[in-house]
Design a protein around this ligand. Structure first.
Ligand code: ZN
Length: 91
């Protein structure tokens, strides 16, 4: 599973969710021309009072941990790959 796939499963109002927040804001702009009200309801990328599974049950916390581990493992793997490539080019 990629980081983007994990982010797509975050809260609909989470700014990192590529399928949720931006589309939602665009809808609000089309409806009443303002986004200030919606922006004022967001805290740390989440909507206050949101009752989705991520916000209400804390499932986003697991996604946050997985994304952090994935970034670390991706960095380690790319570092190893770069070192191996560098060593192979020197032979
Ligand atoms: Zn939510």
């Amino acid at each position: 599973m990629t980081i983007e796939e994990i982010q797509a499963r975050l809260c609909y109002y989470d700014r990192r969710n590529p399928d949720g927040y931006i589309e939602f804001l665009c809808t609000q702009i089309e409806m009443d021309g303002t986004i200030e009200r919606e922006l004022s309801m967001l805290t740390d990328g989440r909507r206050q009072g949101c009752t989705c599974d991520n916000c209400a049950t804390g499932r986003a916390e697991l996604a946050e941990i997985i994304m952090a581990y994935k970034k670390v493992t991706d960095f380690i793997l790319s570092t190893i790959e770069n070192r191996l490539t560098k060593n192979n080019n020197q032979c």
